[in-house]
Design a protein around this ligand. Structure first.
Ligand SMILES: [Zn+2]
Ligand SMILES: [Zn+2]
Length: 55
C-alpha cells in the first residue's frame, strides 16, 4: 500500500491529484523528481536531495 505524498520538488505543493504534474528521475542519482504544472511552465529550477540542480 502506497500512501506516499506527492509534492512538487520546487514549490512543495501537493500534486497528488494534479494532472499537469510531471515525474522524472534525477539524472544524477535516479531519485524521482516531481513537479507541478505551474513550476514546469514557469521553468522554476529544482534541486534534488543529492544536490543536483535542474531546469
Ligand atoms: Zn511546483
Ligand atoms: Zn538526485
Amino acid at each position: 500500500m502506497t500512501t506516499e505524498k506527492r509534492v512538487c520538488v520546487s514549490c512543495n505543493d501537493d500534486i497528488t491529484s494534479s494532472t499537469k504534474s510531471v515525474e522524472f528521475k534525477c539524472p544524477n542519482c535516479g531519485e524521482v523528481i516531481r513537479r507541478c504544472g505551474r513550476c514546469r511552465k514557469t521553468m522554476v529550477k529544482w534541486v534534488c536531495k543529492c544536490g543536483f540542480e535542474g531546469p
